[in-house]
Design a protein around this ligand. Structure first.
Ligand code: UDP
Length: 248
């Protein structure tokens, strides 16, 4: 880290630092784990390295398929240099299979295959508990322009198709995930934040048992045990899939 580097922001999972270049920030991934709007706190040993590596590989995979992301490179295994963006205060959730809050709020049974992917917008605001937004509320609060919402929806669906296909090669079912987008100095929308077992629901495709199949933060949320092993297994499968792609 350069001597001029300053802590810009500390979130639940990452610390952001400035660099010598105002267009570039450094994200340092932490081992801290939180759930239920930080009511449950803990640590997942080596999570910083695992999530940074998984996110970096997924961002690179998406970049190679035409999705613009904030990823630049990794100075160390748990650090990511990223393009500086203004993060839109939206959590964009894409769902392929019913789980989590969708089941709690609609009564849909866990594991129900959705006829088409569902894109949802939540207000990124911890004080309000990240509430689900309607499009009208989103516009009322001016959280993004209508054009930005259309672009993000389109990107989210594209990213879903790419990630679903990639995870399929890993023997992993992509149930749902959360994305964040930012706007750079040229007003371009970039995929930002992270894509990791903290922000995705990932099920081992070959495992039918509803507890054993879980390879993501639900292991921590629901005290299922073996959290670190699950994250490491996701990382190893991601690395193997990329190796296979490069070899072919
Ligand atoms: N998610 C996230 N951060 C949040 C809320 C949700 O990364 O603050 C992810 C979560 O890991 C899951 C997806 O978004 O992959 C959908 O989460 P859901 O709305 O079902 O909420 P939960 O059941 O986790 O409360």
């Amino acid at each position: 880290m350069s001597v001029n580097s300053q802590k810009l922001y500390e979130g639940k999972a990452k610390v952001l630092y400035t660099t010598d270049n105002p267009e570039i920030l450094l994200a340092d991934f932490k081992d801290d784990a939180t759930a239920f709007n930080a009511q449950k706190k803990g640590r997942i040993i080596d999570k910083g390295r695992m999530n940074c590596s998984i996110s970096s590989k997924l961002f690179q995979t998406l970049e190679a398929r035409g999705i613009k992301t904030h990823f630049i490179d990794n100075p160390t295994p748990n650090q990511m240099r990223v393009r500086a963006v203004k993060i839109l205060p939206l959590e964009v959730v894409v769902r392929n299979i019913a789980a989590g809050s969708l089941c709690r709020q609609t009564g849909l049974e866990l594991g129900t295959l959705l006829a088409k992917p569902l894109v949802e917008f939540y207000y990124k605001n911890d004080n309000l508990g990240d509430p689900l937004l309607t499009r009208d509320r989103l516009h009322l609060l001016q959280l993004a322009t209508p054009e930005q919402v259309d672009t993000i929806t389109h990107l989210a669906l594209q990213i879903n198709e790419l990630l679903k296909g990639f995870f399929q090669q890993c023997g992993i079912t992509l149930v749902d995930f959360k994305l964040e987008f930012g706007v750079d100095s040229q007003q371009q929308i970039l995929l930002a934040d992270e894509i990791s077992p903290d922000t995705c629901r990932l099920w081992d495709t070959s495992e039918a048992d509803p507890n054993r199949r879980v390879m993501d933060k639900d292991r921590f949320r629901q005290d299922l045990g073996n959290v670190e092993d699950a994250y490491e297994e996701v990382l190893q499968r991601v690395l193997q899939a990329i190796e296979k792609q490069n070899a072919s």
